[in-house]
Design a binder for this molecule. Structure first.
Ligand SMILES: [Zn+2]
Length: 327
């Protein structure tokens, strides 16, 4: 037990894996980091004594974004190249960060159950913030959590309400539960997870070895339209399938117009869309879509991607009802 090389969280376990370190951090989750990358990150985030507030703030944003991104990509391997990409990660929009905290509360609280909201530390010792909460909000600053929970979710949106007698004890309000439901409302009985992706032969292994298994392991029925590979007049049928689906996994590798269309169509219906792309093609994503929180994959690391995708599906929708082998 030491300190996480990325975020310095003390609740972190590290074990050597070759010349890399396998880390399990209460905040960042599971990842592997090479020795070179750990050393470079230490230099990049080291603050000399008497650093200015600007400099301190810059480093804390760097740590907050990196930790949040790693948390969203369980099992990722961080080498020097990945480290450079990590330094340019942008946090999700404010409303999305707040929604992630509300979903976190929704998973932990039953209706009418109160937590002590000020300071916001509902499930951690008083006065400290639960490590995972910082990662969910892509921040290193507990006061940003206070802002998102108290100013945004409670006072501004009314998604939390205060106990009538006990000041600063909060619960999720009916409006908050409605909002959480609305994130899950379209086709609530459907078990179909539809995949929009480029229909090219090299992509078959992505489907066969990762996406199909991830959707199934999360308890949904995976569906893709490979059989229409050479037919361009498939829009009507795909549109009909999307309308019957519970969610869509959209893989943007190859930057196909059809995938952009299908993801946009599903979003417009209010269906959750899970955005994925091959790591080396991520920079080509059309600008309008860059704000989304992509899960990336690499051809030689499909099992890690499959695991990350299953986690994302379950975190977004909860587990589906279709039984999986072995549980
Ligand atoms: Zn960490």
């Amino acid at each position: 037990m030491g300190h996480c090389p990325i975020c310095a969280e003390a609740q972190s376990f590290e074990e050597p894996a070759g010349d890399a370190l396998r880390v399990s951090c209460a905040r960042c989750g599971e990842y592997t980091m090479t020795g070179d990358a750990a050393e470079a990150w230490r230099k990049r985030t080291e603050l000399p004594p008497l650093s200015s507030d600007d400099e301190t703030g810059r480093v804390r944003r760097l740590v907050g974004n990196a930790s949040g991104w790693i948390h969203d990509h369980p099992g990722v391997v961080i080498d020097s190249a990945r480290l450079d990409a990590l330094s340019t990660v942008e946090p999700p929009l404010q409303s999305e960060r707040a929604a992630r905290l509300l979903r976190f509360l929704g998973r932990r609280l039953s209706p009418g159950q109160y937590f002590r909201g000020v300071p916001f530390s509902p499930f951690a010792p008083q006065g400290s913030v639960e490590p995972e909460v910082l990662a969910l909000a892509y921040t290193d600053e507990p006061r940003e959590i206070d802002y998102l929970v108290l100013d945004y979710l409670w006072r501004h949106k009314g998604f939390l309400s205060e106990h009538p007698q006990q000041a600063e004890h909060l619960t999720i309000s009916p409006a908050g539960w409605d909002y959480l439901d609305s994130l899950n409302r379209v086709n609530p009985d459907s078990q179909i997870g539809f995949c929009a992706m480029w229909f090219a032969d090299p992509m078959r292994s992505l489907w066969d070895q990762a996406i199909e298994g991830a959707i199934r392991a999360a308890g949904y029925e995976p569906l893709v339209m490979f059989k229409y590979e050479h037919n361009n007049r498939i829009d009507d049928e795909i549109v009909a399938l999307i309308r019957r689906s519970r969610f869509v996994v959209a893989d943007f590798t190859g930057q196909r117009g059809g995938v952009y269309f299908e993801a946009g169509y599903a979003s417009g219906l209010g269906l959750p869309v899970i955005w994925t792309c091959r790591e080396d093609d991520l920079g080509n994503i059309h600008f309008d879509n860059r704000q989304y929180n992509f899960i990336t994959w690499e051809s030689d690391k499909l099992p890690a991607f499959r695991h990350a995708l299953q986690n994302r599906i379950e975190a977004t929708l909860g587990r589906g009802k279709i039984a999986t082998a072995g549980g």
